[in-house]
Design a protein around this ligand. Structure first.
Ligand code: PEP
Ligand code: MG
Length: 541
């Protein structure tokens, strides 16, 4: 399934699997122990050096993680603990495995934030053992040559570290169209194909042609197939005012995760920001950022849109966007667990500190700031959130509609907040009961599902009844034909990755509001996604 457009080809780099636990092995002979110790020092030094040099080249998101790793690899106490084991006859890989494992267990036992460091120690352990045993180190490849990355699955933190100048395309066996990996790839313009069964376990060649629109994959493509490549899709320009052919205004906004995205959005003439995913600023961070640091980060986004609306979403941590400083614990079903607004129930003060930072950033910039909460299921949650935000002088308060419950309660939500924003990625996941990370369920996680559009229509009607804003900020808004359907279902603004705006704007210009309404009605009446797409296309094209 293609999830981020672009047709490219390049050499394949396979994301490694986990480094295997080294066997206990035969006891080392006395005279072999000193050279074995020296091997550990050499391997740990090499790992520290690699991480240090990658840190120097990484952007802000990656630098802190890589520097922390380099410090662990250089840690004398850890090396000494491994040396002692070697001097008792344990081979180097096993000695490192045990010494670092014990240290990680100790940290875990201490609980709280210290416990979060255990994962960093285990990552460095895997790197040193990989070096000692000649395996590929874990994590992203360290290369200066362009490559197509083929992975079983990729965490958002890894995707955020990808350099679009080097990573030509991304192919994963897992992941659906609305997984955060897909969203990040799209936002960064990296062509991507997900749910590619077997691509990682049984790679079919050394080079791979990837079509991120159609999902086509060709191993070792023939020269004539390479001749057809165009690196980036051409898009018509946007004039800065979204509207239908009969002049019905639909502001087209940008989804952003950092200041750089907001600047790109402003250059693309986005009419504001409909979704600032604040958690994207802190992926890979071990500790909660201070209020002062948060203020600076948020100001960076607000500064790109003076006089324009910027909707800041409070942290949507948990599930597939784990943040180390928001420990949700082990959960059987993380997507149904403590995520989004619910994390404020387990980390005292987290939400209040973030709202303090947003209010302070808003006071220093000229953007028209709104806040909204993710993963809301009840009216009481919305009331509590609105009280906290308004107590800090934030005038525009909204909630996301991502659960079927919120969609069905939309009329009552409008009694306590100012606007809603439809998170169609999660609304599809929860309506269809299909984990958005699972490649095998990608077809269910389709916002064209008639049931999903019907719920969007409920929210649209509730907003229309009171003149409240009904935004859409899920990936559905970036699909030009579906965007017109959403307008027909009552969306008053659409927010998407900046590079999707021109195509959506062009489609809306071709159709009247009445056509959009007819298309929405036809989609809601359809039996399945194929019928829904065909019915909408017949009305809108
Ligand atoms: C959504 O669920 O549609 C949404 C916009 O939020 P996220 O993708 O960050 O979960
Ligand atoms: Mg969501």
């Amino acid at each position: 399934m293609g999830v981020s457009p672009g047709r490219v080809a390049g050499r394949v780099v396979r994301m490694p699997g986990p480094v295997a636990e080294p066997p206990e092995g035969p006891e080392l002979a006395e005279d072999g122990r000193e050279p074995e110790s020296a091997r550990v020092a050499e391997a740990a030094g090499a790992v520290a050096e690699t991480l240090r040099s990658r840190a120097a080249r990484a952007g802000d998101t990656g630098r802190a993680i890589l520097e922390a790793g380099a410090a662990i690899a250089a840690d004398e106490d850890l090396r000494e603990a491994a040396r002692q084991r070697i001097h008792a006859g344990v081979p180097a890989p096993r000695a490192v495995w045990e010494a670092f494992g014990t240290a990680a267990d100790t940290l875990r036992g201490l609980g709280g934030r210290t416990a979060e460091r255990a994962a960093d120690i285990l990552d460095v352990r895997a790197r040193i053992v990989a070096h000692l045993t000649g395996q590929q180190p874990p994590g992203l490849p360290d290369t200066d040559e362009p490559y197509v990355l083929v992975a079983h699955d990729l965490a958002p933190a890894d995707t955020a570290l990808l350099d679009p100048a080097l990573c030509l395309a991304l192919v994963t066996e897992e992941g659906g169209p609305t997984s955060h990996t897909a969203i990040l790839a799209r936002g960064r313009g990296i062509p991507a194909v997900v749910a590619a069964r077997g691509a990682w376990t049984e790679p079919g060649g050394e080079t791979l042609l990837v079509d991120g629109s159609t999902g086509e994959l060709v191993w070792d493509p023939a020269p004539e197939q390479l001749a057809s490549l165009t690196e980036r899709v051409e898009v018509p320009p946007f004039d800065g005012a979204g509207r239908t052919s009969d002049g019905h205004r639909v502001p087209l906004l940008a989804n952003v995760g950092k200041a750089g995205d907001a600047e790109e959005g402003a250059r693309a003439l986005a009419e504001g920001v409909g979704l600032f995913r604040t958690e994207f600023c802190f992926l890979g961070r071990a500790e909660e950022p201070s209020v002062d640091e948060q203020i600076e980060i948020y100001r960076g986004v607000l500064a790109a849109f003076p006089g324009k609306r910027v909707v800041v979403r409070t942290l949507d941590a948990g599930s597939d966007k784990p943040l180390a400083f928001v420990p949700t614990g082990e959960e059987e079903n993380p997507a149904l667990g403590v995520r989004g607004l619910r994390t404020s129930w387990i980390v005292p003060g987290l939400l209040d500190r973030q709202l303090d930072a947003i209010a302070a950033a808003a006071a220093k910039e000229r953007a028209e700031v709104a806040v909204m909460a993710p993963m809301v299921a009840t009216v009481a949650e919305a009331v509590d959130f609105a009280e906290r935000a308004r107590a800090r002088g934030i005038a525009h308060v909204g909630v996301m509609i991502e659960t079927p419950s919120a969609a069905l309660l939309a009329d009552r939500l409008f009694q306590v907040i100012d606007f809603v924003s439809l998170g169609t990625n999660d609304l599809a996941q929860y309506t269809m009961a299909a984990d958005r990370l699972l490649g095998s369920l990608a077809a269910l996680n389709d916002p064209w599902q008639p049931a999903v559009v019907e719920l969007i229509g409920r929210a649209g009607s509730a907003g229309a009844a009171v003149g409240g804003g009904v935004g859409v900020c899920g990936e559905a808004a970036a699909d030009p034909l579906l965007a017109a359907v959403l307008v027909g279902a009552g969306a008053t603004s659409l927010s998407m990755a900046a590079r999707a705006i021109p195509a959506v704007a062009a489609q809306l210009r071709e159709v009247s509001l009445e056509q959009c309404r007819q298309a929405a009605a036809a989609v809601i009446a359809a039996r399945d996604t194929a019928e829904a797409r065909a019915a909408a296309a017949a009305i809108l094209r």
